[in-house]
Ligand binder design. Structure first.
Ligand code: ASP
Ligand code: MG
Length: 441
């Protein structure tokens, strides 16, 4: 069994949908189970419709017309999603009447995108003679916390998914990504781009052979192609590398989306729906092929570097505990960190600062430097001193000042902090150093 997850861009037009159905048809022997995003930009359009209902009037012609056109072009029954469209209309009227759009209501609003998507795709498969049924996330067993817009999957989901999908022999199930319900029956969403996570969760629950994420890119690249034009898709990556990459800047995967797959050691393949024969990037526990230690270089700009120095003579452990408690209370997530007996330096993204200064000043002095970039070299490192020497020699040759370095915590990530203004140059010289050593190309 495999999971095939199609993102919004793979479902943007009737033509794309026909092509995706043809891809599914080719994989029938592997017993595919489909997870779908909302078609095209439907999620954005639903967000806009909600805002406009709140402030002006109920308009959703773009959403209705878009889906009706696709239904017509695929030759499906015109009334296929009339029920959902009228429900959507009522919801928007409600929002407009009471002039309120809570995150709970917004989750219900956004759920219409995925719900329309699976009904259309599944009907099209049936029309092609491929037996198929559609499932809304909750009917497939997904149950989450009640944190709307960023709900977390609850552990009991795994048993429920197995139960809900126990009867799918001989059919292709088409399941909504991104949406679920909480224990009270309210609709929830897993965060933008959450369909990958749904695919990963269902894949783990059923112990599938492979999870395929069909996107509009060739996989995970060795660097950001806007800054490094020769960046190339990686053939294989370990889960640890993929997670570091996602966390430290690569946009293709959300950091948490592959965690369930990783726990169950199920390979995840990122594929380009515009070029289905291209292998894409395979993420697995033990990659076979290795070009070099460093497989990718990512960056994250607009970070702040925070220096915290103890003002009281607290012992080191007491000081660290107090500081981290403040971070936990403020739900701040730190990326790179270095500590000494009485001081800590760490990075945060620029939008995380508001209450931090005030809280820290109760126990320490705090100095904040903005406009910093984190550059991360990802790859399993065998010889640390060699790697560090190479990095420092390259950056020094360009007179780039490295303000902090973090290495060793994960063995797959070495992160450096430089000024935003020097990020592009740093990236270029490091890419040159690790991907084209000694002028080879
Ligand atoms: N439709 C949702 C979004 O656009 C979820 C997804 O595409 O994964 O964020
Ligand atoms: Mg989308």
């Amino acid at each position: 069994m495999i999971i095939m997850k199609f993102g919004g861009s793979a479902l943007q037009t009737a033509e794309r949908i026909r092509e995706m159905a043809a891809i599914v048809q080719k994989h029938l022997e592997q017993r595919p189970l489909l997870v779908l995003s909302a078609m095209g930009n439907t999620t954005e359009n639903l967000i806009d419709a909600g805002q406009s209902a709140l402030h002006q009037s109920v308009v959703f012609p773009r959403i209705e017309e878009f889906h009706r056109n696709i239904i017509a072009q695929l030759g499906l029954p015109p009334k296929l999603i009339d029920g959902l469209l009228s429900e959507l209309n009522s919801l928007l009227r409600g929002i407009s009447l009471i002039k309120e759009l809570s995150s709970k209501t917004r989750d219900t609003l956004l759920s219409f995108g995925e719900r329309m998507s699976v009904r259309i795709f599944s009907a099209y498969l049936n029309q092609l003679g491929i037996a198929s049924s559609y499932f809304d996330g909750w009917d497939a067993g997904l149950i989450t916390s009640s944190d709307h817009a960023r709900a977390e999957i609850l552990p009991e989901s795994y048993d429920r998914i197995r139960e809900s999908l126990s009867d799918i022999k001989g059919i292709v199930p088409v399941i909504t990504g991104y949406i679920a319900k909480d224990r009270l029956g309210n609709i929830t969403t897993l965060g933008r781009g959450g369909s990958d996570l749904t695919a990963s969760i269902i894949g783990k629950a059923l112990g599938v052979d492979e999870i395929q994420l069909w996107k509009d890119v060739y996989g995970i690249l060795s660097a950001d192609p806007r800054l490094i034009p020769e960046a190339a898709p990686l053939r294989q990556l370990s889960f640890a590398e993929a997670a570091e990459l996602a966390y430290f800047g690569a946009k293709v995967l959300h950091p948490t989306s592959i965690l369930p797959a990783m726990c169950a050691a199920i390979p995840v393949r990122v594929k380009n729906h515009r070029d289905p024969d291209h292998l894409g990037t395979l993420i697995l526990a033990e990659p076979e092929s290795r070009e070099s230690g460093v497989v990718a270089i990512t960056h994250k700009s607009h970070q702040v570097l925070v220096h915290i120095t103890s003002t009281r003579m607290l012992g080191q452990s007491g000081f660290l505990a107090r500081v981290f408690q403040i971070f936990a209370d403020l739900k701040l997530s730190v990326d790179v960190i270095a500590t000494s007996e009485v001081s800590i330096s760490l990075t945060l993204s620029e939008n995380q600062l508001s209450q931090l200064r005030e809280k820290i000043e109760e126990i320490a002095t705090i100095k904040i430097e903005d406009s910093k970039s984190i550059i991360s070299l990802i790859g399993k490192v065998e010889r640390s001193s060699e790697l560090l020497e190479k990095i420092m020699r390259a950056l020094n040759s360009e007179r780039i000042d490295v303000q902090m370095i973090s290495h060793g915590a994960s063995k797959t990530n070495t992160s450096l902090i430089v000024n935003d203004a020097e990020m592009q140059r740093s990236l270029a010289i490091l890419y040159q150093t690790f991907f084209h050593p000694r002028g080879q190309s």
